[in-house]
Design a protein around this ligand. Structure first.
Ligand code: ACM
Length: 571
């Protein structure tokens, strides 16, 4: 009974220690006895010091809309939210993304070590106002919104806190991508890995190669379920982002201090591109003019030919990509300069058969096809480096020798990341055993199109991005971590929401908060905070998986998945 009362109170007026997600480093009461630190109302003003105008604008657009209050620029009212940049906080809290939020009864001050830190502070501010602050218009005639008397010091554990969306297998409309950027910002995630090309679709307009969008951006039909499923969705599927769509996405992300890392996957996962431009394929092995954009899932054998034609073609693609994703898009982020070239799962059968590929191996004095792939990736590493950019690829790029400045997305477990870190390369840890959010999140028949291992909310919460056994210097090569959302069995945004949430909230806490070792993490405490956080997700319209299981319309009865049993192998 008394517990219920407490919970209700928390929900309306959340105890920040209980309800913030991700958890901040330090929270304390700023008034003896705690209680209300401040009241936001129609007279509340925003006192935006120099360099904070964009954050003030974001607050007006979000909290202003939710409350219906104008949040005017500060003139004379004592009731104000003060925004400042305080560079010394970076040293004090150990990160340029640090912030301090203090509500002590006379004002609410949010100080950021940088504009980025301030923006994360503004996210915390919105969370502290309660779930209604996440709506786009007021739902009650509230004259006042109470704000708790708290002081928060906070800074992220990792610099790279990423989310990959696979918009190639199933296209995600631009509006939904923008929404995902808002959802990332609400969870203090700061790198959007945009998987733009694959066997089943090419999603980015490249002006010099119009067939990439005319032909490669759609397929005639799609496999419904895992590739072993007998079912087909017998209708065309497709879509692409125009260059202006991309510019809008990059700018929208930048306003939210999110770097967008585009992925153009080479030399495997390229059947859609070959279907549009058959000369890119291994023409001495198969009739590439007969290829279509792939309508099934799996790893296509149709890979790029290791020819000068291919290299020149993709240099042309990357020239446009670099223009669309400028290195300084997010001023404070080093990650805007990264370009992902894939490099994963490149089947080598065609290269083994191809006289052209064999000749290339001989001419270059290479040992085998793995070394040929390494040469291919190395070419783009040098090409990108010469243009002031950084190459990142999946951990297969380690095979046959890692290109000099390359960074690695470690997906097949920790092993690739460990090897790369030991060799002095930067690493993003995203092992499929833990943070592939397309994998099912519960056992049971009701889970829609179940694939992979059972990875519960708790499993994600206990994921540790830095593996044991790295020295301190090696561990510093771990830039951070990323959750990956592959969409073979996620046919629309509601399915993406279901797989991504609530687990992305747990992932965000792993990426941001300084959690103890996995076994010591307070999952029960996290779940209590999630009670409030579900309210925020509801207000944001996120179709998450409810703790009790899928709603009827979230199920996909009879659609074949590929569940894997037991705990995932620890690689
Ligand atoms: C991957 O999952 N093939 C990176």
């Amino acid at each position: 009974m008394s517990d219920d009362t407490n919970d209700d109170k928390r929900f309306l007026f959340p105890d920040p220690d209980v309800a913030l997600v991700p958890a901040p480093s330090r929270v304390s009461a700023s008034l003896p006895g705690g209680g209300t630190g401040h009241v936001i109302d129609a007279d509340t003003e925003i006192d935006a010091a120099e360099g904070t105008e964009r954050v003030a604008q974001w607050l007006r657009a979000t909290v202003g809309a939710a409350t219906g209050f104008p949040l005017r620029p500060h003139r004379r009212n004592v009731n104000r939210v003060l925004l400042r940049i305080v560079p010394s906080l970076a040293g004090e809290l150990g990160s340029p993304e640090a912030y301090r939020l203090c509500a002590d009864g006379s004002l609410i001050a949010i100080d950021g070590a940088s504009e980025t830190g301030l923006f994360w502070g503004a996210q915390t501010f919105r969370q502290l106002l309660g779930p209604e602050a996440f709506r786009r218009a007021p739902v009650a005639r509230r004259q006042q919104w109470e704000f708790p008397a708290v002081t928060i010091h906070d800074a992220p554990r990792f610099r790279w806190r990423g989310l990959l969306l696979d918009v190639a297998r199933h296209f995600m409309p631009k509006e939904d991508v923008l929404r995902y950027l808002d959802l990332m910002a609400a969870h203090k995630l700061n790198v959007f890995h945009f998987h733009l090309t694959d066997d089943q679709g090419w999603r980015i307009e490249i002006k010099r190669y119009p067939k990439l969008t005319e032909t490669a951006s759609w397929r005639a039909r799609s496999k419904f379920g895992h590739r072993a499923s007998p079912r087909w969705e017998e209708k065309p599927h497709g879509g692409y982002y125009t260059q202006d769509d991309i510019r809008e996405i990059v700018a929208y992300a930048a306003e939210r201090h999110i770097a967008v890392v585009p992925e153009i996957d080479v030399p495997g996962h390229s059947q859609a591109a070959i279907a549009a431009y058959p000369e890119l394929g291994n023409t001495d092995v198969i009739d590439t003019t007969a290829l279509t954009v792939w309508d099934n899932w799996g790893i296509s054998a149709n890979v790029l030919a290791p020819t000068d034609t291919t290299l020149r073609f993709y240099e042309g693609v990357f020239e446009e990509v670099l223009e669309l994703f400028p290195a300084d898009a997010v001023q404070s982020s080093p990650f805007s300069s990264f370009v992902h070239v894939g490099g994963d799962e490149c089947r080598k059968e065609q290269w083994t058969e191809s006289v052209t590929a064999k000749t290339r191996i001989a001419d270059l004095g290479l040992t085998d096809e793995d070394a040929l792939q390494s040469w291919f990736i190395g070419h783009f590493d040098a090409w990108l480096s010469a243009r002031g950019r950084r190459l990142i690829g999946w951990d297969e790029i380690l095979e046959g020798g890692l290109a000099e400045g390359a960074a690695v997305s470690s997906w097949r477990g920790y092993g690739g990341g460990i090897a790369a870190a030991r060799a002095g390369h930067d690493v993003v840890m995203c092992p499929e055993q833990y943070v592939y959010l397309d994998h099912r999140q519960a056992p049971g028949e009701d889970e829609p199109v179940p694939i992979g291992f059972v990875r519960t909310l708790e499993d994600v919460y206990r994921f540790e991005p830095v593996p044991d056994g790295l020295t301190e210097a090696e561990a510093r090569q771990v830039l951070g971590t990323q959750a990956n959302v592959w969409t073979e069995v996620l046919e629309d945004t509601a399915r993406v929401d279901y797989q991504t949430f609530p687990r992305l909230a747990a992932f965000a806490e792993v990426a941001w908060s300084r959690l103890p070792a996995p076994a010591e993490r307070d999952f029960a405490g996290f779940e209590r905070r999630m009670a409030a956080h579900y309210g925020r997700l509801d207000a944001l319209g996120v179709a998450y998986r409810p703790p009790a299981g899928p709603r009827p319309w979230q199920r996909r009865p009879g659609v074949l998945g590929r569940p894997l049993e037991g705990p995932p192998p620890n690689k």
